[in-house]
Design a protein around this ligand. Structure first.
Ligand SMILES: Cc1cc2nc3c(=O)[nH]c(=O)nc-3n(C[C@H](O)[C@H](O)[C@H](O)COP(=O)(O)OP(=O)(O)OC[C@H]3O[C@@H](n4cnc5c(N)ncnc54)[C@H](O)[C@@H]3O)c2cc1C
Length: 468
């Protein structure tokens, strides 16, 4: 086998493996180096296993509310080991699927850690090592870095795998935490809080900002907070978590908020306070690649300052989402192959939180749009007035849309409630197609669906909603 490839991809997550597949589709001879699990964080330790856990929690919640639907079942219960085993088997299945796709696409895969080892002519050399020993040395004119990111560790709040959990421990618990503190209220923290609460944990969320889900429209954050509090989750915002006092099987701490101090003792703490890019030990110091804090700086086609070196996905910065990584992969590889891809429009990347209720959004919040000096028209529609939502027993929720009052452009859409992570795509397509309120108003939505709240929210921004 020759050591020369057209393209080397470092990292086999949704950025890296998609880059390898697209490269192969476009006729390139591609090598992919992965040091741990094919499929990356997303398939193995992120998006997929957490959704499997949340599905168990959702079903358990429904079983506990059967009476409302005229049904009954005796004493619903759960077996944590089996819930986790199902989640792991779903992740396993997806990993095997990706491995199969790569094989089918004739991508040459290497197991080991890759680092850049200088240049041979126009080609970048990549050294692959395992257990400290070099197992391969390969070359290519184009190298895509897709090494992902890991959880941020804050001094005093470092995860220890036993009492202070990161996401991996939180998704593979060996015992059930009756009392849980979740530090951080981004999507990851909120999803774990939702999962454990549904199974019966006493959950407290501590968030340093003055509201949860800080990336979301403030109105949606407030609704989410109310919904979680209604479920019995305690939420402390503007919260400063004091030192964590670890005992044999519990942790105590004091949390300070503007309202006072809360003494708390819990069985486990989940720390979800952001992420840092995996930029270490890649041999970047010998290149012209620039790093901003822990992320590689790239242009709109994922090119770094070093010709032939590219970065995509989490290692290239926010938003830290699998679909952003995959989309950048396609753009990057198509550009390398001489095509003319459209750069990624950051404001058209949807973000979803798969808690109960779900939260989904795309584009600008009302607050941000106004801060940018735009005159906006805002529409809202509550799930309470939607037949399908009520029939499903899901009347809590809202769809909110933000339009540019002058041009009619859809600037942003924000949703909370059942199924919104599936529905947000309608608004993403509207943004990609640069649809205005006129086209959205003319669109026929199927009845009865919760998607009708999208239509009604648009109508309410202009002519007025029909069903409220
Ligand atoms: C708990 C949790 C839940 C999440 N849920 C969602 C969700 O619902 N939706 C969503 O969009 N995103 C979610 N994410 C984020 C998502 O997982 C990431 O955005 C996504 O995995 C980024 O893809 P990537 O390809 O950039 O990196 P990764 O998936 O991190 O893959 C990088 C790969 O590179 C490998 N690697 C690193 N260094 C080297 C090296 N030197 N040599 C060889 N290989 C190397 C790593 O082993 C890893 O497999 C979640 C994350 C977590 C932690």
């Amino acid at each position: 086998m020759s050591d020369l490839f057209d393209l080397i991809v470092v990292g086999g997550g949704p950025g890296g493996y998609v880059a390898a597949l697209r490269g192969s589709q476009l006729g390139m001879n591609v090598a992919l180096v992965e040091s741990a699990y094919m499929g990356g964080v997303c398939l193995n330790w992120g998006c997929i296993p957490t959704k499997a856990l949340l599905r168990s929690a959702d079903i358990f919640h429904s079983l506990s509310h059967l009476k409302e639907f005229g049904l009954s079942a005796d004493n619903p219960s759960f077996d944590l080991e089996k819930v986790v085993a199902r989640s792991r088997s779903v992740a396993d299945r997806m990993r095997k699927g990706v491995t199969h796709l790569l094989k089918k696409a004739k991508v040459t895969t290497f197991e080991g850690r890759a680092s850049l080892a200088g240049k041979v002519g126009e080609a970048h050399k990549v050294s692959v090592s395992k257990d400290g020993k070099e197992v391969a040395s390969i070359r290519a004119p184009h190298v895509i870095l897709a090494t992902g990111a890991r959880a941020r560790q804050l001094p005093g709040l470092e995860t220890d795998g036993k009492l202070i959990w990161g996401a991996r421990e939180a998704m593979t618990p060996t015992s059930f935490p009756k009392r849980l503190l979740v530090i951080g209220s981004g999507a990851i923290g909120i999803e774990f809080a939702s999962f454990y609460r549904d199974l019966g944990s006493e959950v407290t969320i501590a968030e340093v900002a003055d509201r949860i889900l800080i990336a979301e429209d403030p109105e949606i954050s407030m609704q989410a907070q109310k919904a979680f509090e209604k479920r019995g989750i305690r939420i402390l915002t503007s919260a400063k978590v004091g030192p964590l006092q670890k005992e044999a099987d519990q942790v105590s701490t004091t949390i300070e908020t503007p309202k006072g101090k809360t003494e708390l003792t819990v069985d486990r703490v989940i720390c979800a306070v952001g992420i840092v890019g995996n930029v270490e030990d890649l041999g970047l110091e010998k290149t012209r690649v620039k790093i901003d804090r822990t992320h590689i700086i790239t242009d709109e086609f994922c090119r770094t300052d070093e010709p032939g070196l590219y970065a995509i996905g989490d290692v290239a910065g926010a938003p830290w989402l699998a679909h952003k990584a995959s989309h950048e992969a396609v753009i990057c590889v198509e550009k390398i192959s001489g095509r003319s891809p459209e750069p990624l429009h950051t404001l058209s990347i949807p973000g979803c939180t798969y808690s109960r209720p779900q939260i989904a959004s795309v584009g600008l919040s009302e607050e941000k749009a106004k801060a940018m000096g735009k005159t906006v028209k805002v529409g809202r529609f509550p799930f309470l007035a939607n037949g399908k939502a009520v029939a499903m027993g899901e009347p809590d929720g809202m769809t909110k849309v933000v339009f540019d009052a002058t041009t009619g452009e859809l600037l942003g859409a924000h949703m909370i409630g059942a199924e919104v992570t599936e529905m947000i795509q309608g608004f993403v397509i509207a943004r990609t197609g640069e649809l205005t309120e006129a086209e959205l108003s003319e669109t026929v939505f199927p009845h009865p669906t919760i998607s009708e709240t999208m239509h009604e929210a648009v109508l309410s921004a202009f002519e007025g909603a029909l069903h409220i």
